[in-house]
Write a protein that binds this ligand. Structure first.
Ligand code: F6R
Length: 616
């Protein structure tokens, strides 16, 4: 949510900013703007509601000058609607300074009253303009951008990444962060700032993640990081593993089509280096120590949306393998009650972006209560892994489409590796049992490839069903979170009413929804792996079929029991029962994506959604 780019160097900063903002488009936004300072100290800006192309068209009609210092922003509206006026940058100090912001300034009304009493005028309805006006006032008082910026951020409460430029100090961009992301890109004779590395990875792969409550000032030749009081802070540069082309569509019709196809690699890359001679070992957990892993009494998973469904899948596996109770909680529910947490609790957060505000706050809260926290995350240098005791990165590569696909399978993979690691350390599975599960996991990438081969058929099904108004999804055991995920994908991508249910719950209410023609996807457990559950789910299929439902079964190859009752059967290869989710989710993703395309919708950037939810 909100993309931020800053640049100082020899290039035309406008090109760098627009390119960076394009790469950050996936975060979701509804307006965009840029401000550029040239060497003579002229500051010019442009901002427009709508997609980046609207801003690009505006810049075509009314060009601004080409300077080497600039800031750019994509805004996802929170305070004040998505209008030209509310778009960033916001100007102050007689239009001599420009400021952009990601996050929410919680004490903005109080500050605004103070500034109004001081004679300030406001042009927008945003909380951001308050920070701009405050910075202007501090600049007039100090004549020093860095000092004025420090004074300003110390007055702000809430979550913010701020960047600012001032025409009287050309060649400098200042930035600050609290609870929102900001990363520095270290160049040669040029430096960059971005909400994440995608903003500048085209130019440099050397990066520094700015810590909580820190300020950065970049010039072409220098980067200084301090705390809010101006004390110098040591930084640790890292090398970005993604290259720019990894964030491009590479010939696919959409980022989502590309990312769905990349799932075998997402799983294989997440496994890579973590299974050595058939034994799972996650080196990132070494810093916690095996004794700490042995003494865990309870695991609490915190996550939102698709990531929470990955957590629900992992609960079945971790409990079965490591014999530790696992509860899965939506981060926003967790943090506003008084959860029971102690030093025997391990909190595992799951987040593709590593920036989801509610998940970040849940992790912070849990650590304050004495729990250890592990982050399962896909984005290097993101805030949540940095705020955790250890990070187990998924290696899905950049996920650009707003709705999550490959990150989901990579999250389950990482969590399964974690479960097997725990089982080994705690001695809850024999060597043979561990080896059997490891072999199942290693076989998954090839099996996903087999499922992807049926994409065309699933696509045809979606096209036939393009005028469907409601779809239900049923699953049981690990198939239940997959039913929830199938429904979520369809809601997000095709704007169709969809509900996922635990199949056992059917007769407790949802069966009333079944009427002739109602499409129902059923994730059928393996008849070999789940001998008790399989007949129960087949009975559920008969029950809904008898009431006229149109049944689309996702069933293991060779499962003949579903044939007489299903209208369509999508086959998945044989896999251990706990591994079926990694296969069964794929046709559901393709179905939602194809239905979205059949309806002519924007599959990569569905309406109202943001890739990274950095506000509550
Ligand atoms: C759904 C989706 C969201 C995210 C959720 C958490 O397709 O993408 O439900 O899973 O917003 O995001 P992260 O994983 O970045 O914390």
């Amino acid at each position: 949510m909100c993309g931020i780019v800053g640049y100082v160097g020899e290039r035309n900063s406008l090109d760098v900013l627009m390119g960076g903002l394009r790469r950050l488009e996936y975060r979701g936004y509804d307006s965009a703007g840029v401000a550029v300072v040239d060497d003579e100290g002229d500051l010019e800006f442009a901002k427009r509601a709508g997609k980046l192309q609207v801003l690009a068209d505006e810049l075509g009609r009314h060009p601004i000058h080409r300077g080497g210092t600039g800031i750019g922003h994509t805004r996802w509206a929170t305070h004040g609607g998505p209008t030209d006026r509310n778009a960033h940058p916001h100007l102050a100090d007689d239009d001599k300074l420009a400021l952009i912001h990601n996050g929410i300034i919680e004490n903005f009304s109080e500050l605004k009253e103070e500034l109004l009493a001081d004679g300030a005028e406001f042009l927008s309805e945003t909380d951001t303009e308050v920070a701009a006006v405050l910075l202007g006032r501090e600049y007039r008082a100090t004549g020093d951008l860095r000092e004025a910026f420090r004074r300003t951020v110390r007055r702000l409460e809430g979550a913010f990444t701020l960047l600012a430029v001032h025409k009287d100090e050309p060649g400098v961009v200042v930035g600050a962060r609290r609870n929102s992301p900001l990363v520095i890109g270290l160049g040669d004779g040029e430096n960059f700032l971005g909400s994440d590395v995608a903003a500048f990875v085209e130019f440099t792969k050397r990066a520094v993640a700015i810590g909580q409550d820190q300020i950065v000032a970049i010039t072409a030749g220098e980067v200084t990081v301090t705390d809010f009081d101006g004390n110098a802070v040591e930084v640790e540069p890292f090398d970005v593993a993604w290259d720019a082309s990894a964030a491009e569509k590479g010939g696919w019709s959409s980022f989502m089509a590309k990312e769905v196809a990349e799932q075998p690699d997402a799983v294989a890359n997440t496994i890579r280096g973590r299974i050595v001679d058939g034994v799972v070992s996650i080196p990132e957990l070494d810093q916690l120590g095996d004794d700490a892993l042995r003494s865990i009494r309870r695991i609490t998973v915190v996550a939102c949306g698709t990531a929470a469904y990955a957590g629900m899948v992992s609960k079945y596996a971790i409990e079965q393998w490591a014999r530790i109770p696992v509860e899965v909680e939506l981060s926003h529910e967790f943090r506003y009650r008084e959860p029971v947490i102690d030093d025997g609790t391990l909190v595992v957060s799951i987040s593709q972006s590593g920036e989801t505000m509610d998940t970040l706050m849940a992790v912070k809260y849990a650590r304050e209560q004495g729990a250890k926290a592990i982050s399962v995350c896909n984005t290097q240098g993101a805030t949540i892994p940095r705020e955790s005791d250890a990070a187990v990165y998924t290696h899905a590569g950049p996920e650009v489409a707003v709705a999550s696909t490959k990150a989901f399978v990579a999250q389950i993979t990482a969590l399964y590796l974690f479960g097997l690691h725990l089982a080994r350390v705690r001695g809850t599975l024999s060597e043979e049992e561990l080896a059997a599960q490891v072999a199942e996991l290693q076989a998954i990438p090839e099996k996903i490839t087999t499922v992807l081969e049926q994409g065309e058929r699933v696509g045809e099904l979606a096209h036939w069903m393009s005028d469907t108004r409601s779809v239900l999804f049923l699953g049981r055991h690990v198939g239940y979170p997959i039913a929830l995920e199938g429904a979520l994908k369809l809601k997000e991508l095709a704007y169709i009413h969809a509900e996922g249910f635990a199949a056992g719950e059917l007769k407790h209410g949802p069966i009333a929804l079944i009427e002739p023609g109602q499409p129902v996807f059923v994730v059928v457990p393996s008849p070999r792996g789940s001998a008790t559950l399989h007949p129960k789910v087949v009975s559920n299929i008969q029950e809904i079929r008898a009431r006229g439902a149109r049944v689309i079964a996702i069933a293991e190859a060779g499962d003949a029991a579903v044939l007489p009752f299903a209208d369509e059967v999508i086959r998945i290869p044989l896999a251990g029962p706990l591994f079926e989710p990694l296969l069964a989710v794929v046709p559901l993703q393709i179905f939602a994506m194809e239905l979205s395309q059949a309806k002519g919708l924007d599959v990569d950037q569905p309406r109202n959604l943001a890739k990274s939810v950095t506000v509550e």
